[in-house]
Design a protein around this ligand. Structure first.
Ligand SMILES: [Zn+2]
Ligand SMILES: [Zn+2]
Length: 304
């Protein structure tokens, strides 16, 4: 990954005409409290941010506020990150600023690694305990299927973990955030078989127009990230144009998927995606932003 020294971050865009929400971000990775998924040991330890290379939480809060990204959902997608997320959203730091809600799950690439060591069931129990431990934990996610990073050997455990997360979301009344990478058909099928939770969100939506229509029929939210701005993303932009306005959301998946390829990202870059979404939909920035803002509150509840 590119250097994450504060000076290497893209500039903060002009403030949006209306605030928006970053519905999916990984501040644990942005601030360097843990290693990115798949790096190093199977279960990276949480270590304090002693490396000056990583910006602080304040940097991400302040840049987001400056750009008009007034609300975020912090997602912890392995056990250490899920514990960190729960502590953070319950802390005075987060509560005092009313900018952050949280979510936790076992990432589809993490599930087979845990299963291999016989740890998946205990880990699923802990995820359920974490998301119900505080009312600011509103999301079970990201879960789903990733056939890009996990091979054949991991598919069965990935699917088992996805089904278990769907049940957790329904039992706990939380929104479900789905990670779907090259697995559209199986994700849609399993959601149908299990019965989708009331609020189901495709994070970093990557389907085409037809899939957007299918999601619309089921009432699934579609959350768009920085890849919407990529040169070769015409198909994704057609999907964004075809989705019903009331099911659209915005996010960054920071530090990944930044609109500035090769540079690190933070929640503030949601502003760039929101502007692109307005352009794709032929709407004014203010109208688009106020619609996706309202969608986020309807799906997740209040941040205050
Ligand atoms: Zn994801
Ligand atoms: Zn993510």
């Amino acid at each position: 990954m590119a250097s994450r020294a504060a000076g290497t971050y893209p500039p903060v865009p002009e403030p949006l005409a209306h605030p928006v929400v970053d519905t999916h971000t990984h501040l644990d990775i942005c601030t360097g409290v843990r290693l990115p998924l798949g790096a190093g040991e199977p279960e990276p330890e949480v270590t304090p941010n002693e490396d000056e290379e990583f910006p602080s939480l304040d940097f991400f809060h302040d840049t987001a506020a400056e750009a008009g990204v007034r609300r975020i959902i912090q997602i912890g997608c392995d056990l250490p990150a899920a514990r960190w997320t729960t502590e953070l959203v319950a802390s005075e730091y987060a509560a005092g600023r009313t900018w952050m809600l949280g979510g936790a799950a076992l990432h589809p690439n993490e599930a087979p690694r845990l299963a291999e060591r016989g740890l998946l069931d205990d880990a699923l129990n802990e995820i359920e305990a974490l998301v119900t431990s505080h009312d600011r934990m509103r999301v079970v996610g990201e879960t789903g299927l990733d056939y890009f990073r996990t091979g054949e050997e991991g598919v069965a455990e990935q699917q088992r973990s996805f089904r278990a997360h769907i049940e957790i979301a329904k039992r706990t009344g939380r929104a479900l955030q789905i990670h779907d990478r090259e697995a559209h058909a199986d994700v849609l099928r399993i959601l149908k078989e299990e019965g989708a939770p009331e609020v189901t969100i495709f994070h970093c939506f990557s389907g085409d127009e037809e899939m957007a229509r299918e999601c619309a029929t089921e009432g699934y939210y579609m959350s768009f990230a920085g890849n919407l701005t990529f040169k070769n993303a015409d198909e994704l932009r057609r999907a964004a144009a075809a989705a019903p306005l009331e099911l659209l959301l915005t996010e960054t998946d920071a530090p990944f998927l930044t609109p500035h390829r090769g540079k690190p990202g933070g929640p503030y870059l949601t502003a760039i995606t929101a502007r692109k979404l307005a352009e794709v939909r032929g709407m004014s920035e203010a109208d688009l932003c106020s619609a996706v803002w309202a969608n986020a509150q309807r799906a997740i509840g209040s941040w205050d």
